[in-house]
Design a protein around this ligand. Structure first.
Ligand SMILES: Nc1nc2c(c(=O)[nH]1)N[C@H]1C(S)=C(S)[C@@H](COP(=O)(O)O)O[C@H]1N2
Ligand SMILES: [Mo]
Length: 503
């Protein structure tokens, strides 16, 4: 019973907290716990195992998040079941300090205490009679119905006078309200540490025509996030601000419409995830619109002591970049993909593009840029991934498709794919169909911009048989690594290869 009460209190608290998270973005403890757990998963071996079991999708995260929810609800239930409201509240407070800000811990522990008391008051056995029991008006033990020969006779079914019930209900309601109040207060305290906002209009939109060859449609764009997708931040464009702070002469606090003052830049760029396996799908190419980070940093005025740039994002994601790299003028802050404003998934309202680095170095939903003297390792770096995350030279076969590698004998067709090396040019792509004995140079389709992938194709009219096909790319004197390495920690290497049946 005590544990049931504690469980009800835990679920109630979680629901209130979740609604508050949706409404105001107050940190949701299970999500924080989740972040801590993924940090543990950063231990390379564990990460490998989770990836092997669940693949690259959201499966691993759903598993981890379920585990964390069980831990959170289970923990509260055990604490609340073992101890009275105040004491379990105190323990919850201390434990929560490990993974949430103090005001969240305070709000939640107070709320848990109050809810637990409320639930206890509501569910406490009343002196009232359980239906089916017969109580004689005279004091004495209740008599069971069965013992009464005629229940319309001497023994009437009555309800014992219950003075406590209305009090208990009132007290329960009051404490529940107070509990809501405690969490809301935590939200208020949290808000003190965040920004308020005025209204602003949305970013400039360039309506797009048909997509150029090689450009990935937004609906097909790869998606990777530290968050479970429903928890990706849904930023209110009117309240959103980009803050530039730290070692700058003129700190900035920019609304979406303020961004219009920067020179508009449109560029086609490829983005790849560091966890993409050889031949994998976590790479896409799009036409972006935004402005140069260098122009913004100029407006803010970099102070002499600054050595690192720290990115901050609405989901708590952070990353860093040495200032020297940050000042180069190829880094873009973009608000538009393929002619439409970024959608929630892909970073509304603003994301970063850094050529030559994997996606993990390029935060979405950015809210802050801070210049510091010391480095602050980023979200995935803290979890065991590469510090620099520089893109490896890669190539991939898209036709025939690895998952259904069929070709028709005697039909003139082609082997096609892409190659990519950050901002460095792809100078040659070679394809083998006999397991590496012979390599033929593919025709490169010149990319429109420096930072877009290079599509390639090799005409191929196969006879019936089995072919071992593979691809490798070159960038000047740099050759693609043949050694097969796992994505963790520096990005996967090795040739993309598979067997094709031709019939
Ligand atoms: N704020 C934030 N930015 C982020 C991430 C994130 O979880 N949070 N994930 C990064 C990773 S690992 C990659 S690969 C890219 C993916 O961007 P996309 O899903 O739009 O393709 O976003 C990067 N930026
Ligand atoms: Mo990534």
């Amino acid at each position: 019973m005590r544990f049931l009460r504690a469980w009800i209190a835990a679920v109630t608290l979680s629901l209130i907290g979740y609604l508050l998270f949706l409404a105001s973005g107050l940190a949701y403890p299970p999500l924080r716990l989740f972040a801590e757990m993924t940090q543990l998963l950063g231990i390379p071996k564990l990460f490998q195992i989770v990836h092997q079991i669940f693949g690259l999708g959201q499966g691993g995260k759903i598993f981890a998040f379920t585990g964390v929810s069980v831990l959170w609800l289970g923990g509260l239930t055990v604490l609340g079941g073992l101890w009275r409201g105040q004491i379990s509240g105190l323990i919850v407070f201390v434990l929560m300090l490990v993974f949430t800000p103090w005001y969240v811990a305070l709000g939640y522990s107070l709320a848990f205490w109050l809810i637990l008391d409320a639930v206890t008051a509501l569910l406490a056995p009343k002196r009232a009679v359980i239906p089916g029991q017969v109580v004689s008006p005279i004091a004495g033990p209740p008599v069971q119905l069965a013992d009464v020969p005629d229940n319309r006779g001497a023994g009437r079914i009555v309800t014992a006078p219950d003075k406590r019930a209305p009090d208990q209900t009132r007290r329960a309601t009051t404490t529940l309200l107070a509990a809501g109040g405690a969490v809301v207060a935590a939200g208020g305290l949290g808000a003190l540490f965040r920004s308020g906002g005025e209204t602003a209009s949305a970013a400039v939109i360039t309506p797009g025509g048909p997509l150029p060859f090689g450009v990935t449609a937004v609906k097909d764009w790869y998606y990777v996030s530290k968050n479970l997708e429903p928890f990706d931040p849904k930023v209110d464009g009117r309240k959103w601000r980009l803050k530039v702070s730290g070692l700058v002469r003129t700190p900035q606090n920019l609304s979406l419409s303020d961004l219009k003052k920067f020179t508009a830049v449109t560029d086609e760029r490829t983005l790849a995830c560091i966890s993409n396996p050889v031949g994998g799908p976590l790479i896409s190419n799009g036409v972006w619109q935004g402005f140069r980070l260098s122009e913004l940093l100029k407006a803010a005025g970099v102070q002499s002591g600054a050595k690192y740039l720290i990115w901050e994002a609405a989901d708590g994601y952070t990353e860093s970049l040495p200032l020297g790299r940050a000042l180069e003028d190829d880094i873009l802050l973009v608000h538009t993909l393929n002619g439409a404003p970024l959608n929630v998934k892909h970073g509304f309202p603003l994301r970063v593009l850094i050529p030559g680095r994997y996606g993990m170095k390029q935060p979405r939903w950015i809210t802050g840029i801070r210049l510091t003297e010391t480095d602050e390792p980023g979200y995935w770096v803290k979890r065991g991934w590469s510090k620099t995350a520089e893109v490896e030279l890669l190539s991939r076969i898209d036709e025939p498709l690895e998952i259904s590698p069929q070709m028709k004998a005697g039909v003139a067709s082609a082997i096609r794919g892409i190659a990519f090396f950050g901002g460095k040019p792809i100078t040659r792509v070679e394809v083998t169909t006999d397991g590496g004995k012979n390599w033929a140079a593919a025709r490169l389709i010149a990319p429109r911009t420096r930072y877009a992938w290079t599509p390639w194709e090799l005409p191929f009219t196969p006879a019936a048989g089995v072919y071992q096909i593979a691809v490798r790319a070159y960038s000047g004197s740099t050759t693609q690594k043949v050694a097969e390495a796992d994505a963790l920690p520096e990005g996967a290497t090795g040739y993309h290869h598979f067997i094709v049946n031709v019939s």
